[in-house]
Design a protein around this ligand. Structure first.
Ligand code: ZN
Length: 215
């Protein structure tokens, strides 16, 4: 079974997360919005009692070294609301910027807010992506009926995480969990995630993979 993980939004907690993943030789895909990163860390929004900050442009290459980068649009708008021109900018320009920043091909896309329509799907495909991730949970996950409506197994905090994991194993295919590292609001949650990563890395039936390599 291949295990893939997909983390969104490029926040500062990704620095700790990528360090944790490296310790366990886990692969992951990070979905970024290049239009939202300033040179230094910048305040993003509040998540409950927590201030969420975005990573600075100056640290992105270090934080994400060795991981797959996917396009999450330029500025995280609700893509179905946009004009054709705006859509082009959010999808195509964003991909070019990420490829320039990271000097690696960017072929994956992740819909902001999980929202899309036929025009959005076509813009994403035409810009050179090979898949687009939604937030729809489905089993079996792979291969998807439409690679531009690629779903997920569950969120990383899903109470049914291990049940879903074993289900995916029964189907013999792919298990994909996703989330945002800013959701990790205390040490107990970090310990729980570390336990998950460690258990998966120790499972002889599991093999870490990047999303893009599935397609
Ligand atoms: Zn997002």
């Amino acid at each position: 079974m291949k295990i893939v993980q997909s983390w969104d939004d490029g926040v500062v907690d990704d620095a700790r997360l990528s360090g944790l993943l490296r310790r366990f030789h886990a692969r992951a895909t990070f979905n970024l919005n290049p239009g939202l990163h300033q040179q230094r860390r910048s305040f993003g929004w509040r998540h409950g009692d927590k201030d969420v900050w975005r990573l600075g442009r100056d640290e992105l290459a270090t934080v994400y070294a060795g991981f797959e980068i996917a396009n999450h649009s330029l500025t995280h708008p609700n893509l179905p609301d946009l004009s054709t021109l705006e859509l082009e900018r959010e999808v195509r320009d964003s991909r070019h910027i990420l490829q320039d920043w990271f000097q690696q091909p960017v072929r994956g896309f992740c819909y902001p807010f999980g929202s899309y329509n036929p025009a959005v799907k076509e813009a994403v495909r035409a810009a050179g992506h090979v898949y687009a991730r939604t937030v729809a949970e489905c089993e079996p996950l792979f291969p998807p009926a439409d690679p531009f409506e690629f779903g997920v197994s569950c969120r990383f905090v899903d109470p049914a995480f291990w049940t879903r994991y074993e289900q995916a194993k029964t189907f013999g295919g792919v298990f994909l969990f996703w989330g945002h590292s800013y959701e990790l609001v205390n040490e107990a949650m970090w310990a729980d995630l570390e336990d998950k990563i460690a258990r998966i890395s120790a499972d002889p039936a599991a093999e870490w993979a990047s999303v893009e390599t599935l397609f």
